[in-house]
Write a protein that binds this ligand. Sequence first.
Ligand code: AMP
Length: 285
Amino acid sequence: MEVLTTIADVRRRLEPHRRSGRTIGLVPTMGFLHVGHMELVRRAREANDMVVATIFVNPLQFGPNEDFARYPRDMDRDQAMLRDAGVDILFAPPVEEMYPAPLDTAVDLQHLGSMLEGERRPGHFRGVATVVTKLFNIAQPTRAYFGEKDYQQLAVIRRMVRDLSVPVDVVGVPTVRESDGVACSSRNVYLSPEERAAAPVLSRALAEAEERIAKGQRDFIRLRAHLEAFLVREPLADPDLVEIRDAATLNEARAESEAVVVLLAVRFGRTRLLDQRVIPLPRSS
Ligand code: AMP
């Protein structure tokens, strides 16, 4: 595995592969890798000739009161994991390489980027869409891999690719979980032992939603209220976002939706955990 820190080096190194028609799979991350990230890498490895992973904690997507400075980092461990997984190139640029000057250009999704998480984290998806666009332009991948855990992020990237005719196949990868159902996340290390023990309440709430929908529940306003009450029964959990949306558009879920997605963001102390589940609505014939 080659570790590169400049845009010019990535371009130089990938050019001959692109010219000879090899496929390139891109896995963008912020590092502090876990088995969820490695599943993205595995999927990229099995479908592409070249795998490029990136580690970049992107300041543009963090709000002023968020955890940019304290975001966990462990470059040596990350490099060993990516090397073992057969990654060809790791691009790990310093901030000055990606943003040598303040940007005057941004990729902004007016509707999809400002709802839900975007409403709670203003500018977050502008930062995500802008950095992902830069990474696409730097690596020019055939395919790019993103986790369903960050469901709205995946929707934003799919929509940006469609709207701007970006020549990349976006591949969504199902959420990888710990044995107790907690979605793997770099931010899980922030949790105290008590908070970590309480965290399975998210996946339990998702299972509860699935069960109620399977039993025919289609009043999503009531279901949402039920899930909120379910979550607050866990004393350490402070729900910030509990929504049931159309899985394709992220607009309000309707009984006619083909599938809904339950989106959760729950605070445990200073840590905010996300989880989601897509639930198909079977057609009643
Ligand atoms: P991050 O480093 O948190 O920005 O995540 C990098 C990529 O890994 C994003 O596409 C995430 O959605 C994805 N990812 C993070 N956690 C998981 C997980 N538990 N399962 C699958 N994908 C994940």
